[in-house]
Ligand binder design. Structure first.
Ligand SMILES: NC(=O)c1ccc[n+]([C@@H]2O[C@H](COP(=O)([O-])OP(=O)(O)OC[C@H]3O[C@@H](n4cnc5c(N)ncnc54)[C@H](O)[C@@H]3O)[C@@H](O)[C@H]2O)c1
Length: 345
């Protein structure tokens, strides 16, 4: 049995608690939120043999212990500080995406996890979508030949009321904008699928929402393998989410995964036939939200790693790499100059 403590009982925490409730070898034993009613309410909803402890003070939860892993579901800017404290207290860390919104605290968390010999997992659950898994397999087999062009579109709708739900949303201190928050899974997938990015040029704007960070932006990428790509993002689609897609155009293959959130393969065209081709039609699904259903599979992997059944997981280095790319996009938009991206080593 792997035991979890969870901090931040807001919107995404429900996906974590539901996913953990699904696995018989996992148990949530403690929850924490600075708003006591949220922690209390979350604790009361968890099915458990013994009462789930609730806290309004994170340090108190860490001191009290009784779990193996801390799952961090608080505003993004807090993740690395809370992750570092969990690691120093000897707990494994699951951090929601993004791992943080600046590299320095993220590097300190990664170092603390290494020094305390605990694992660091990043919730990049879209990598586990059945559609994305098929595309990754095709890429790994070299079915595209040379990749020439990659396009990502995240055309979603986030009205002002969404940002007004919590004071941290859209702030530079704790959230960031459309690239850092809503599109961060897509920025991660671009480099995970098509390879490391060498250079970016970007424009961002706060065109319609009353927030500090961007609601819209476009980035042009040059990959180390020579491919070119674009990431186009806006939260201003009227009246509802339109598209969350990735298109890869290669020498010998063309694939577009679309739908509102990478939930449907719209084009799958390769020279030659491979077994995975017959899975394309059935890989699509209807997500109840753009977050998808990936938290369940994500936690299966976390538990398997901690039970020593696998060593393959989305670790801190993977999360850091996508953060580095997002920060390069922001730097380019700010300086109006191309920005080089290191290889994330
Ligand atoms: N993986 C995904 O697809 C996905 C989807 C949505 C959100 N997220 C991420 O999850 C995180 C939370 O997003 P959300 O939409 O649930 O936000 P939210 O505002 O609904 O919830 C955050 C909760 O954290 C609590 N909190 C704030 N500071 C705290 C502290 N110091 N200690 C304890 N609790 C504290 C707040 O009271 C709130 O209840 C963000 O980083 C976001 O990017 C990930």
């Amino acid at each position: 049995m792997v035991r979890f403590g969870l901090v931040g009982c807001g919107r995404i925490s429900g996906y974590h608690l539901e996913a953990l409730g699904y696995h018989d070898d996992a148990q949530v034993v403690a929850v924490c939120d600075v708003i006591p009613e949220r922690a209390k309410s979350a604790a009361s909803k968890i099915r458990a043999a013994t009462e789930v402890a609730w806290f309004s003070d994170y340090d108190q939860m860490l001191k009290s212990g009784g779990f193996d892993v801390v799952s961090i579901c608080t505003p993004s800017g807090l993740h690395p500080y809370q992750g570092l404290a969990a690691a120093n207290a000897g707990f494994h860390v699951v951090t929601e995406k993004p791992m943080g919104i600046a590299l320095e605290p993220v590097d300190a968390m990664i170092k603390a996890c290494r020094e305390n010999n605990v694992q660091l997992f990043t919730v990049l659950q879209n990598r586990l979508n059945p559609t994305v898994t098929l595309l990754k397999q095709a890429i790994d087999k070299g079915r595209f030949g040379k990749i020439h062009f990659v396009q990502v579109n995240v055309f979603w709708s986030r009205p002002q009321e969404y940002y007004d739900q919590a004071s941290w949303r859209g702030t530079l201190e704790l959230d960031g904008g459309a690239f850092m928050n809503q599109a961060s899974h897509y920025v991660d997938l671009v480099q995970w699928l098509a390879g490391d990015v060498a250079e970016v040029q970007a424009l961002t704007g706060t065109l319609a929402r009353n927030i500090e960070a961007e609601d819209t932006g476009a980035a042009i990428l040059r990959f180390q393998n020579g491919a070119i790509g674009t990431i186009n993002v806006t939260m201003l689609v009227h009246p509802k989410n339109l598209e969350g897609s990735i298109t890869i155009l290669g020498e010998r293959g063309t694939v577009k995964i679309g739908g509102v959130a990478l939930n449907r393969i719209e084009r799958w065209d390769f020279e030659g036939y491979e077994d995975e081709d017959k899975l394309v039609a059935e890989s699509g699904y209807y997500p109840t939200s753009v977050y998808g259903h990936g938290h369940t599979g994500f936690y299966r992997n976390v538990i398997d790693v901690l039970e020593g059944k696998t060593t393959d997981f989305i670790n801190g280095t993977a999360g850091r790499k996508s953060l580095e790319l997002i920060l390069a996009i922001y730097q380019s938009a700010f300086t109006r100059k191309p920005v080089g991206v290191s290889d994330g080593a």
